[in-house]
Design a protein around this ligand. Structure first.
Ligand SMILES: *Cc1c(COP(=O)(O)O)cnc(C)c1O
Length: 394
């Protein structure tokens, strides 16, 4: 059923987004409702934003209170909420990241990290990986791999190259005395849910350190409990020089951040900045979100729910499945065929999920999802995957 909401959006929206034919108007925990009152179990999770679940009361209260006190305050002044947020964020980060830069999105965090790496080293080259996704602004897009996203916008920023992921020899060969940084996702999310091998991350750490380059770890998708730890680098005790954050950081309010080690130099006044960066409203939402994540022990929830979810998906055994993989609640089911018809069928069954590339079903549910809700999702996934032929798959 096409609602007037959809008609109005179709008339006025830019057109750059592929749209699903439902209008989402409300959420609670791991459930979303459309304007027709239909409920869905949400495994899109705001594309990895709503790890804490929708409509968290403590976050809502913090936003309301701060909105009636002070919404905006540029970083040329100090601010109470920002100070509190910075201290809390730093306390959760790997211990070598003692400073943070605050901004408004994941791509902005990646942009900042790239600029900081060039500023710190005085070198031009940035090495990223095949299948990497780091954002869609021109700098972050230069680090992103997918030709479909890049090609219409050439020329991109000079100095970027891509090496095969999880290949230590290729990294060894690529990093030289002109390399400012290597940028990596601990689990490639958009690129198909591919976890980095711990040895690969350690090698990236050693190679960059030996050659005077920095290591940027992009945790925009994996950060804040998604993989079962506060940050995915903790799975391999990795200490990056720069760590980018976004998505779940402020419970759904737009925010990005970069964690910064003492190895990063030359961050002098005036070298970078953002009007909205570190605004008190986002910081208040961030404080409440991180405190709620601590109270609920969200990393443990994500680890437990993720292990259960993955195990149940592995039991499906439909012939269309090539592999189930992931870390915590970042789970991919690689199919032998395109995922789009299955996503549509799941939506009709009351389950919202994401693609990752052409043939991977991706699940990014809130960590507050219940075992019953996971069972419901798995039952529907099994149903549509076993019906694969009817959907035109294979
Ligand atoms: C989503 C994502 C980004 C971009 O974040 P935006 O907030 O959409 O700009 C960057 N890196 C990774 C790993 C992401 O998953």
């Amino acid at each position: 059923m096409s609602s007037s909401i959809q008609e109005i959006e179709r008339r006025h929206t830019s057109g750059v987004y592929p749209k699903r034919d439902i209008a989402i108007v409300r959420g609670e925990g791991a459930v979303l409702w459309d304007d027709q009152g239909r409920a869905y179990v949400d495994c899109v999770g705001g594309q990895g934003v709503s790890t804490l679940g929708h409509a968290n009361p403590a976050v809502a209260r913090a936003i309301c209170e701060q909105a009636s006190r002070l919404i905006t305050c540029p970083e040329i002044f100090y601010n109470d909420r920002r100070a509190e947020f910075e201290a809390l964020l730093v306390s959760l980060l790997p211990s070598n990241l003692r400073r943070v830069y605050l901004c408004n999105s994941g791509a902005e965090a990646v942009e900042a990290a790239i600029k900081f790496a060039r500023l710190s080293t005085g070198r031009p080259k940035i090495i990223s990986t095949v299948r990497a996704f780091h954002g869609r602004t021109l700098g972050s897009l230069s680090a992103t791999f997918e030709p479909k996203y890049r090609d219409p916008f050439q020329p991109l920023v000079p100095g970027f190259s891509h090496v095969p992921f999880n290949n230590i020899a290729a990294l060894e060969a690529a990093v030289d005395d002109q390399t400012a940084a290597v940028i990596l996702e601990p689990v490639q999310g958009e690129g198909g849910v591919h976890p980095a091998q711990p040895e690969y991350l350690q090698a990236a750490r050693e190679i960059t350190a030996q050659r005077g380059a920095l290591l940027i770890v992009d945790e925009v998708q994996t950060g804040f409990a998604r993989t079962g730890k506060w940050f995915a680098v903790e799975h391999s005790s990795l200490m990056p020089d720069l760590l980018t954050m976004g998505k779940a950081i402020a419970g759904g309010v737009p925010m990005g951040a970069v964690g910064i080690a003492d190895t990063v130099k030359n961050l002098a006044p005036g070298t970078h900045g953002s009007t909205f960066g570190g605004n008190p409203l986002a910081c208040a939402a961030g404080i409440a979100s991180l405190q709620e994540m601590q109270r609920l022990d969200l990393p443990r929830l994500a680890a437990e729910k993720g292990a259960y979810f993955k195990e149940r998906l592995e039991e499906i055994h439909a012939p269309v499945i090539r592999e189930v993989r992931g870390l915590g609640l970042l789970i991919g089911v690689e199919l032998r065929t395109k995922v789009t018809p299955f996503l549509r069928a799941l939506q009709a069954e009351g389950v919202l999920a994401l693609p990752a590339g052409l043939n991977v079903l991706r699940f990014l549910p809130p960590a507050v999802i219940s075992l019953e809700q996971i069972d419901f999702v798995v039952e529907k996934v099994a149903k549509v995957l076993w019906n694969g032929h009817a959907l035109g798959g294979e």
